[in-house]
Design a protein around this ligand. Sequence first.
Ligand SMILES: NC(=O)c1ccc[n+]([C@@H]2O[C@H](COP(=O)([O-])OP(=O)(O)OC[C@H]3O[C@@H](n4cnc5c(N)ncnc54)[C@H](OP(=O)(O)O)[C@@H]3O)[C@@H](O)[C@H]2O)c1
Length: 333
Amino acid sequence: MAGTVILTGANSSAGLHASEHILKKYPQHTAVFTVRSAADTDVNTNSLRAILARYPETKASIHELDLGDLTAVHNFATTISDGVAGGQYPPIKSIICNAYYWNLVSDPELTVDGFDKSIQIGHLSHVALILRLLGSFSPDGGRIELLSSIAHYRKKTGMSPYLPEIPDDLDLLIHPRADPDKQGRGFQRYGTLKLVITTWMYPLNEYLQKDPKLSKITVIAVNPGNLGDSRAFRTNTPASIRYAQKFVMRPFMSLVRRFADPTFRPSAEAGADIAELGVGRADDGQRGYYTLLEKDEPDPVVLDPENQRRIWAKSAEWAGITKDNTALKVAFE
Ligand SMILES: NC(=O)c1ccc[n+]([C@@H]2O[C@H](COP(=O)([O-])OP(=O)(O)OC[C@H]3O[C@@H](n4cnc5c(N)ncnc54)[C@H](OP(=O)(O)O)[C@@H]3O)[C@@H](O)[C@H]2O)c1
C-alpha cells in the first residue's frame, strides 16, 4: 500500500542516493525528505532539489528539520501526524533515520537542549520522531530503519584507541567529558552513538510486538558499509583523515574492498540498499541487525536486557516522550 516515507539527512552522501532510489523505484509513495538546512545556499540540499526535479511526477517534498533542536522535532512530528489525520499525507509506511553528527576535531558540543550533539542528532531526535509518529503508521504496518555502523562493535580500530561503551553512568552519554584526544574521543562518541541506537532497537521491537495495533511495524538497524566517498570524512575531521580519503580511500576503493574490507563501497550502493531495506522491504516482517542487505549478529552488549532497559528508559526521558505523546502506551505501563 502506498504511504508516506520519511528520510532524515536526505542530503547526506548516502541519503541523496537513497532519495533518488525511492523516487525512481517507489514513486507510489509520498516522500518526506528532511534536511538540517533548506536554505538555497546549501549545496547539499540543492543537490537534493536537483534530484527531485528529475522526478516531477512523484509526490516528494523537502522539509527543514534541525535534529539538534528537540522542540523543532516535536513540532515536525505534530505537523506530520496532523497531516496524516487530515488526509494531507497518506499513513506512514517507513521512517529512515539516516542523519547523524560527529566531530573528531573538537571537544563535545551541546545542542540548544543541553545534550551532546552526537547523541541528540543521531539518536534522541530520532527517538522523539519515531515514538511521536507510531500512531500515524499505516494499519498494515511498515518499517523503521535505524542506521548503525561497523563502528558499534566493541573492537579497536585505527580511528580510536577507545572502545564504544554503554557507561554505568548514562549521563555521560549526554554530557561526555572533554579530553585532549579529540579524534579518539570523537570517534568513540560516534561508536557509542551507534551502539546505543542498535541497543534501543530491541526493546522498541519488543514493545511493538506487544501491541496488536502496532505489531506489524518492524524495526531494523543497518550497517550500510564503509562509504569511501562520503563527505563524512571531510566534515569535522583532521587533515590525516581527509588526506586518507583523497589519496587512498577514493582512488583505491575497489582494492580496499577486495583485500581489506568487503563492506567498503561507494555511497551510491549504500543509498540504494538503505532505500531497499527501508521501503522496498518494508513489509517483509523482519526485525534485527543487518550488515548491508543481510541479517547479522550485533555486538553482544546490545543484547543485554539490562542495557536495553536502561537505554530505553533514558532515551524516552531525554527525548521528551511520555505515555501521553506516543501511541506505544505499552512501553510505559
Ligand atoms: N560514511 C560511512 O562510511 C558510514 C559508515 C557506517 C555507517 N554510516 C551511517 O550512514 C548514515 C549516512 O552516512 P553518510 O556518510 O551519508 O553521512 P554524511 O554524508 O556525513 O551526512 C550526514 C548527514 O547528517 C545531517 N545532519 C547533521 N547534523 C544535522 C542536524 N543537526 N539536523 C539534521 N541533520 C543533520 C547532515 O546534514 P548537513 O550536512 O546539512 O549538516 C547530512 O545530511 C549515517 O547514519 C552514518 O552514521 C556511514
